[in-house]
Design a protein around this ligand. Sequence first.
Ligand code: PRP
Ligand code: MN
Ligand code: MG
Length: 184
Amino acid sequence: KNDLRNDIEEIILTEEQIQKRIEELGAEINAAYADKPEELIMVGVLRGGFIFMADLARQIKRQVTFDFIDVSSYGTGTESSGSVRIIKDLEEDIKGKHVLIVEDIIDTGLTLKKVIEMLKTREPASIKVCTLLDKPARRTEKHITSDFNGFEIPDKFVVGYGLDYAEKYRNLPFIGVLKPEVYA
Ligand code: PRP
Ligand code: MN
Ligand code: MG
């Protein structure tokens, strides 16, 4: 009792699957930035991106710095409200740096669209996106894509490994689907 896992109907991605894929993503990212002399900065999108950012960061072999941006669109529901708010901006100047945005999931694409548009104006050397999950079925922003993606997932509302329902379940080490009665 009082165990989060009792609320989970199905595990979509296990802890082991996630960790193995993050090692592969790390290798892809290491290769992509190996010959780039400019600074690399990983920009985590709060709050959902924080756990993925922490695990991915430990796979990066070169010098890298970290910053966070806080954006929110979903409120407490399971559907995007459509309007993306910047709650907290970066602390660092990204001019001339390679920016790697780290997100838990790309769904409609509205969040990443807003973040990319805003960061582009600051003249970074490049902007790329790394997501753990991609849910292409729900994309409304068709031109918004992920350069490094962990898993494509079906159109189900998932929680865990950073992803929340009403701010809860982020601390599950796997990605799962909630039992229907949890929403009731
Ligand atoms: C979720 C998720 C992504 C975004 C994806 O964040 O973490 O940032 O939605 O959806 P989109 O592609 O349709 O924009 P949310 O706004 O719920 O805030 P959170 O990260 O604090 O949970
Ligand atoms: Mn988010
Ligand atoms: Mg959320």
